[in-house]
Design a binder for this molecule. Sequence first.
Ligand code: ADP
Ligand code: 5GP
Length: 225
Amino acid sequence: MTNVFIISAPSGSGKSTLVNEIRQTIPNLAFSISYTTRSPRGHEQDGKEYFFVSRQQFEEMIQNDDFLEYANVFGNYYGTARRFLAGAEEQGNDLLLDIDVQGAAQIKSKLPDAVSIFILPPNRSELEQRLRRRSQDSESVIQRRLYEASREIENYGKYDYILVNDRLADSVEALKAILLSQRLKRQDGTDVALSAMAEKYRLENVRHRLQPILQSFGKTAAGVK
Ligand code: ADP
Ligand code: 5GP
């Protein structure tokens, strides 16, 4: 049975870094390559990071019911093709989806057993430093990403697991524990140490640590200040 894992995060939190690490260490984990109407950035290649399509092509795919979910993110369409799930099922793989909050909600309503993980930066100033260190964006784009991040993090409460990406090595181990313990659970197996580690990152077990992070973005746990 295919496990579906959803990962969402504000831009700059380290999601791509984490996903790349995890894909190299966990076997039988397929990655869904989304379709998007946005233009390629930097070294992005069609069919690698995304399938880059026109608005018309995307809308035809919507008409054909080709998408498991799709959403409009910052003015562009993004969608997960059904064939990635079908492919993972055929090959006996689990499937990892890197999608936004709206997509995560759609997947959860269609596939209630999907496991969702939200990645947070340790605080706003660290996020800002990471965005600058990545040196991919102009100052205005960095400011927009910081603003968007503060809105996106309000959705953390909709996810099963929360990972504060402080030390990268710890985050990789945590993500591995979440994925592998879920995989074992669905196979009626257990690994006590692995499950205990994954449990530490469950929403209800992390809530108390989130207040300072939310505050650094000018938020309170109850919502916007
Ligand atoms: P995202 O995919 O969430 O937009 P990236 O994976 O591109 O973010 O990471 C943003 C920047 O932060 C990159 O320069 C990356 O090397 C760095 N980074 C990622 N994780 C960490 C971490 N735990 N500690 C310090 N820097 C990190
Ligand atoms: P970017 O343009 O920076 O690559 O991605 C912008 C946002 O779109 C990110 O939050 C990313 O997770 C999200 N995204 C990427 N692919 C999909 C998808 O197929 N569906 C949805 N709903 N969001 C996606």
